[in-house]
Write a protein that binds this ligand. Sequence first.
Ligand code: 13P
Ligand code: SF4
Length: 302
Amino acid sequence: MKSKSEKIALMKREKDFTILAHNYQTKEVQDIADFTGDSLELSRMTREIKTKKILFAGVRFMAETAKLLSPDKKVVLPVEDAGCEMADMVQLKVLERMRREHPNAAVVAYVNTTAEVKAASDICCTSSNAVKVVNSLENDEIIFLPDKNLAAFVARQTKKKIIPYNGWCYVHNQIKEEDVLNARRKHPLSKLMIHPEAPENIQLMADYVLSTGEMQRKAGEDDLDEFIVGTEEGMAYKLKKLYPGKEFHLLREDSPLTCLNMKKTRLDDVIVSLENEQYEILIDESVRKNALRAIERMLEIK
Ligand code: 13P
Ligand code: SF4
Protein backbone atom coordinates (compact mmCIF):
# COMPACT_ATOMS: atom_id res chain seq x y z
CA MET A 1 0.00 0.00 0.00
CA LYS A 2 1.19 3.49 -0.88
CA SER A 3 1.97 6.03 1.84
CA LYS A 4 0.08 9.35 1.81
CA SER A 5 3.09 11.20 0.48
CA GLU A 6 3.59 8.65 -2.32
CA LYS A 7 -0.08 8.99 -3.20
CA ILE A 8 0.26 12.80 -3.29
CA ALA A 9 3.38 12.62 -5.47
CA LEU A 10 1.57 10.39 -7.96
CA MET A 11 -1.65 12.41 -8.02
CA LYS A 12 0.03 15.76 -8.51
CA ARG A 13 1.98 14.42 -11.51
CA GLU A 14 -1.10 12.82 -13.04
CA LYS A 15 -3.22 15.92 -12.53
CA ASP A 16 -0.55 18.50 -13.43
CA PHE A 17 -0.35 20.23 -10.04
CA THR A 18 2.51 22.01 -8.28
CA ILE A 19 2.24 22.12 -4.49
CA LEU A 20 3.26 25.32 -2.71
CA ALA A 21 3.38 25.48 1.09
CA HIS A 22 3.85 28.48 3.34
CA ASN A 23 6.62 28.38 5.95
CA TYR A 24 4.00 28.07 8.72
CA GLN A 25 2.49 24.82 7.42
CA THR A 26 2.91 21.55 9.37
CA LYS A 27 6.09 19.53 8.89
CA GLU A 28 4.19 16.88 6.94
CA VAL A 29 2.81 19.42 4.49
CA GLN A 30 6.15 21.25 4.13
CA ASP A 31 7.74 17.88 3.35
CA ILE A 32 5.42 17.00 0.44
CA ALA A 33 5.54 20.51 -1.11
CA ASP A 34 7.44 21.29 -4.28
CA PHE A 35 8.33 24.71 -2.85
CA THR A 36 8.04 26.32 0.57
CA GLY A 37 8.45 30.04 1.17
CA ASP A 38 6.97 33.29 2.42
CA SER A 39 3.65 34.49 1.10
CA LEU A 40 4.92 36.76 -1.62
CA GLU A 41 7.76 34.49 -2.80
CA LEU A 42 5.23 31.72 -3.34
CA SER A 43 2.73 33.93 -5.16
CA ARG A 44 5.45 35.29 -7.43
CA MET A 45 6.64 31.78 -8.13
CA THR A 46 3.29 30.88 -9.65
CA ARG A 47 4.35 32.86 -12.74
CA GLU A 48 7.30 30.53 -13.33
CA ILE A 49 5.54 27.28 -12.58
CA LYS A 50 5.03 25.05 -15.60
CA THR A 51 1.99 23.08 -14.38
CA LYS A 52 -1.50 24.38 -15.16
CA LYS A 53 -2.71 23.87 -11.59
CA ILE A 54 -1.45 24.97 -8.19
CA LEU A 55 -2.37 23.65 -4.77
CA PHE A 56 -1.61 26.41 -2.26
CA ALA A 57 -1.19 25.06 1.27
CA GLY A 58 -1.55 28.24 3.27
CA VAL A 59 -4.33 30.68 4.05
CA ARG A 60 -6.88 32.21 1.70
CA PHE A 61 -5.28 35.61 1.08
CA MET A 62 -2.10 33.88 -0.11
CA ALA A 63 -3.96 31.66 -2.59
CA GLU A 64 -5.86 34.75 -3.76
CA THR A 65 -2.62 36.65 -4.37
CA ALA A 66 -1.32 33.68 -6.35
CA LYS A 67 -4.50 33.67 -8.46
CA LEU A 68 -4.28 37.42 -9.04
CA LEU A 69 -0.72 37.05 -10.30
CA SER A 70 -1.45 33.94 -12.38
CA PRO A 71 -5.02 34.25 -13.64
CA ASP A 72 -4.59 31.50 -16.24
CA LYS A 73 -3.77 28.85 -13.67
CA LYS A 74 -6.23 26.93 -11.55
CA VAL A 75 -5.39 27.67 -7.89
CA VAL A 76 -6.88 25.55 -5.12
CA LEU A 77 -6.84 25.98 -1.34
CA PRO A 78 -7.20 22.55 0.34
CA VAL A 79 -9.15 23.79 3.39
CA GLU A 80 -11.97 26.13 2.46
CA ASP A 81 -12.07 28.04 5.74
CA ALA A 82 -8.32 28.47 6.21
CA GLY A 83 -8.42 32.23 6.61
CA CYS A 84 -6.18 34.81 8.26
CA GLU A 85 -7.75 36.48 11.26
CA MET A 86 -5.78 39.64 10.68
CA ALA A 87 -6.77 39.88 7.00
CA ASP A 88 -10.41 39.42 8.03
CA MET A 89 -10.25 42.32 10.50
CA VAL A 90 -10.42 45.00 7.81
CA GLN A 91 -13.88 46.40 7.18
CA LEU A 92 -14.27 48.32 3.95
CA LYS A 93 -16.58 50.86 5.58
CA VAL A 94 -13.92 51.67 8.20
CA LEU A 95 -11.33 52.07 5.44
CA GLU A 96 -13.69 54.41 3.56
CA ARG A 97 -14.13 56.47 6.72
CA MET A 98 -10.34 56.68 7.20
CA ARG A 99 -9.99 57.84 3.59
CA ARG A 100 -12.60 60.57 4.21
CA GLU A 101 -10.85 61.68 7.40
CA HIS A 102 -7.44 61.78 5.68
CA PRO A 103 -8.15 62.84 2.09
CA ASN A 104 -4.47 63.39 1.27
CA ALA A 105 -3.30 60.01 2.50
CA ALA A 106 -2.33 57.05 0.34
CA VAL A 107 -3.57 53.62 1.43
CA VAL A 108 -0.90 50.93 1.80
CA ALA A 109 -2.24 47.40 2.28
CA TYR A 110 -0.09 44.60 3.66
CA VAL A 111 -0.42 41.50 1.43
CA ASN A 112 -2.24 39.90 4.37
CA THR A 113 -5.54 41.35 3.14
CA THR A 114 -8.46 40.06 1.10
CA ALA A 115 -8.61 40.80 -2.65
CA GLU A 116 -11.47 43.27 -1.93
CA VAL A 117 -9.29 45.27 0.46
CA LYS A 118 -6.34 45.21 -1.94
CA ALA A 119 -8.67 46.58 -4.63
CA ALA A 120 -9.69 49.45 -2.33
CA SER A 121 -6.03 50.32 -1.60
CA ASP A 122 -3.43 52.24 -3.57
CA ILE A 123 -0.55 49.83 -3.23
CA CYS A 124 0.41 46.62 -1.41
CA CYS A 125 3.47 45.86 0.68
CA THR A 126 4.99 42.87 2.46
CA SER A 127 6.76 42.81 5.79
CA SER A 128 10.11 42.94 3.98
CA ASN A 129 9.43 45.90 1.66
CA ALA A 130 6.94 47.97 3.72
CA VAL A 131 9.39 50.82 4.47
CA LYS A 132 10.52 51.00 0.84
CA VAL A 133 6.93 51.05 -0.42
CA VAL A 134 5.90 53.81 1.99
CA ASN A 135 8.95 55.93 1.14
CA SER A 136 8.33 55.50 -2.59
CA LEU A 137 4.99 57.34 -2.38
CA GLU A 138 4.55 61.10 -2.90
CA ASN A 139 1.99 61.41 -0.09
CA ASP A 140 3.18 62.60 3.32
CA GLU A 141 0.36 60.74 5.06
CA ILE A 142 -0.12 56.99 4.80
CA ILE A 143 -3.08 54.93 5.96
CA PHE A 144 -1.47 51.59 6.74
CA LEU A 145 -3.48 48.40 7.13
CA PRO A 146 -4.29 46.04 8.73
CA ASP A 147 -1.37 45.51 11.13
CA LYS A 148 -0.74 48.18 13.77
CA ASN A 149 2.56 46.50 14.75
CA LEU A 150 3.99 46.46 11.24
CA ALA A 151 2.75 50.06 11.00
CA ALA A 152 4.80 50.96 14.11
CA PHE A 153 7.84 49.23 12.57
CA VAL A 154 7.44 51.38 9.45
CA ALA A 155 6.73 54.57 11.43
CA ARG A 156 10.14 54.25 13.16
CA GLN A 157 11.87 54.25 9.79
CA THR A 158 10.09 56.97 7.81
CA LYS A 159 9.43 60.68 8.08
CA LYS A 160 5.90 60.22 6.79
CA LYS A 161 2.89 60.25 9.07
CA ILE A 162 1.61 56.70 9.47
CA ILE A 163 -2.08 56.31 10.28
CA PRO A 164 -2.52 52.68 11.37
CA TYR A 165 -5.62 50.55 11.04
CA ASN A 166 -6.35 48.87 14.36
CA GLY A 167 -5.58 45.29 13.28
CA TRP A 168 -3.14 42.67 14.56
CA CYS A 169 -2.08 39.07 14.21
CA TYR A 170 -3.18 37.13 17.30
CA VAL A 171 -0.22 34.76 16.91
CA HIS A 172 2.50 37.42 17.07
CA ASN A 173 0.62 39.99 19.14
CA GLN A 174 0.54 37.61 22.13
CA ILE A 175 4.35 37.71 22.57
CA LYS A 176 5.24 39.17 25.97
CA GLU A 177 8.48 40.68 27.31
CA GLU A 178 8.66 37.76 29.71
CA ASP A 179 8.75 35.32 26.75
CA VAL A 180 11.76 37.15 25.35
CA LEU A 181 13.55 37.32 28.71
CA ASN A 182 12.98 33.59 29.34
CA ALA A 183 14.22 32.62 25.88
CA ARG A 184 17.31 34.82 26.26
CA ARG A 185 18.05 33.26 29.68
CA LYS A 186 17.77 29.74 28.25
CA HIS A 187 19.82 30.47 25.14
CA PRO A 188 22.24 33.28 26.01
CA LEU A 189 24.41 32.74 22.92
CA SER A 190 21.51 32.97 20.44
CA LYS A 191 20.44 35.96 18.40
CA LEU A 192 16.75 36.78 18.50
CA MET A 193 14.85 37.18 15.22
CA ILE A 194 11.37 38.69 15.58
CA HIS A 195 8.62 39.12 12.98
CA PRO A 196 7.40 42.74 12.65
CA GLU A 197 3.86 41.57 13.46
CA ALA A 198 5.04 41.32 17.10
CA PRO A 199 4.23 44.30 19.37
CA GLU A 200 6.58 47.27 19.15
CA ASN A 201 8.10 46.74 22.64
CA ILE A 202 9.04 43.20 21.55
CA GLN A 203 10.50 44.40 18.24
CA LEU A 204 12.71 46.73 20.25
CA MET A 205 14.11 43.80 22.28
CA ALA A 206 15.16 41.81 19.17
CA ASP A 207 18.52 41.56 17.42
CA TYR A 208 16.73 41.46 14.08
CA VAL A 209 13.16 42.33 13.02
CA LEU A 210 12.55 40.26 9.89
CA SER A 211 9.88 38.74 7.65
CA THR A 212 10.00 34.95 7.32
CA GLY A 213 11.81 35.21 3.96
CA GLU A 214 14.39 37.55 5.53
CA MET A 215 14.81 35.17 8.50
CA GLN A 216 15.70 32.45 6.05
CA ARG A 217 18.35 34.61 4.37
CA LYS A 218 19.75 36.01 7.64
CA ALA A 219 20.09 32.55 9.22
CA GLY A 220 22.07 31.39 6.19
CA GLU A 221 24.37 34.44 5.94
CA ASP A 222 25.03 35.17 9.61
CA ASP A 223 28.31 33.85 11.10
CA LEU A 224 26.37 32.93 14.20
CA ASP A 225 24.90 29.44 14.31
CA GLU A 226 22.26 29.76 17.04
CA PHE A 227 18.99 31.66 16.81
CA ILE A 228 15.73 32.16 18.69
CA VAL A 229 12.92 32.16 16.13
CA GLY A 230 10.31 34.76 17.09
CA THR A 231 7.52 33.78 14.75
CA GLU A 232 5.10 30.91 14.08
CA GLU A 233 6.65 27.54 14.99
CA GLY A 234 6.57 26.17 11.40
CA MET A 235 9.39 28.55 10.51
CA ALA A 236 11.79 26.87 12.95
CA TYR A 237 11.16 23.53 11.21
CA LYS A 238 11.89 25.15 7.85
CA LEU A 239 15.15 26.69 9.14
CA LYS A 240 16.34 23.46 10.79
CA LYS A 241 15.76 21.59 7.56
CA LEU A 242 17.59 24.21 5.50
CA TYR A 243 20.55 24.65 7.84
CA PRO A 244 21.07 21.36 9.73
CA GLY A 245 24.41 22.59 11.13
CA LYS A 246 22.77 25.51 12.96
CA GLU A 247 20.49 25.61 16.00
CA PHE A 248 17.03 27.18 16.02
CA HIS A 249 15.07 27.54 19.25
CA LEU A 250 11.40 28.38 19.51
CA LEU A 251 10.76 31.66 21.30
CA ARG A 252 8.23 29.86 23.50
CA GLU A 253 9.25 26.23 23.86
CA ASP A 254 6.46 25.31 26.34
CA SER A 255 3.60 26.88 24.38
CA PRO A 256 4.79 27.47 20.81
CA LEU A 257 3.37 30.29 18.70
CA THR A 258 0.88 28.49 16.47
CA CYS A 259 -1.39 29.83 13.74
CA LEU A 260 -4.42 27.55 13.91
CA ASN A 261 -5.57 28.39 10.40
CA MET A 262 -2.16 27.51 8.98
CA LYS A 263 -2.26 24.20 10.80
CA LYS A 264 -5.69 23.21 9.46
CA THR A 265 -4.23 21.65 6.30
CA ARG A 266 -3.44 17.94 6.77
CA LEU A 267 -2.12 15.42 4.25
CA ASP A 268 -5.66 14.01 3.93
CA ASP A 269 -6.92 17.48 2.92
CA VAL A 270 -4.19 17.68 0.29
CA ILE A 271 -5.25 14.29 -1.11
CA VAL A 272 -8.94 15.24 -1.26
CA SER A 273 -8.04 18.62 -2.72
CA LEU A 274 -6.00 17.02 -5.53
CA GLU A 275 -8.70 14.44 -6.14
CA ASN A 276 -11.57 16.94 -6.46
CA GLU A 277 -9.49 19.98 -7.52
CA GLN A 278 -11.00 21.94 -4.64
CA TYR A 279 -11.44 24.59 -3.35
CA GLU A 280 -10.88 26.65 -6.42
CA ILE A 281 -10.01 30.33 -5.88
CA LEU A 282 -12.16 32.57 -8.05
CA ILE A 283 -11.91 36.33 -7.91
CA ASP A 284 -14.71 38.60 -8.92
CA GLU A 285 -13.89 40.55 -12.08
CA SER A 286 -14.93 43.83 -10.41
CA VAL A 287 -12.21 43.31 -7.79
CA ARG A 288 -9.53 41.55 -9.84
CA LYS A 289 -8.23 44.48 -11.87
CA ASN A 290 -7.76 46.92 -9.01
CA ALA A 291 -6.37 44.30 -6.62
CA LEU A 292 -3.80 43.26 -9.23
CA ARG A 293 -2.90 46.91 -9.86
CA ALA A 294 -2.08 47.36 -6.14
CA ILE A 295 0.16 44.28 -6.18
CA GLU A 296 1.86 45.21 -9.46
CA ARG A 297 2.57 48.74 -8.24
CA MET A 298 4.43 47.16 -5.35
CA LEU A 299 6.34 44.77 -7.61
CA GLU A 300 7.54 47.70 -9.72
CA ILE A 301 9.42 49.11 -6.71
CA LYS A 302 12.97 47.79 -6.77
P1 13P B 1 5.38 36.21 5.50
O1 13P B 1 4.91 37.19 4.48
O2 13P B 1 6.62 36.63 6.19
O3 13P B 1 5.41 34.86 4.91
O4 13P B 1 4.32 36.16 6.67
C1 13P B 1 3.00 35.91 6.43
C2 13P B 1 2.27 35.86 7.66
O5 13P B 1 1.15 35.46 7.68
C3 13P B 1 2.93 36.34 8.87
O6 13P B 1 2.16 36.06 9.95
FE1 SF4 C 1 -2.65 35.60 9.66
FE2 SF4 C 1 -1.15 35.74 11.84
FE3 SF4 C 1 -1.78 33.38 10.84
FE4 SF4 C 1 -0.06 34.98 9.57
S1 SF4 C 1 0.25 34.01 11.54
S2 SF4 C 1 -1.73 33.85 8.67
S3 SF4 C 1 -0.95 37.01 10.01
S4 SF4 C 1 -3.21 34.91 11.70
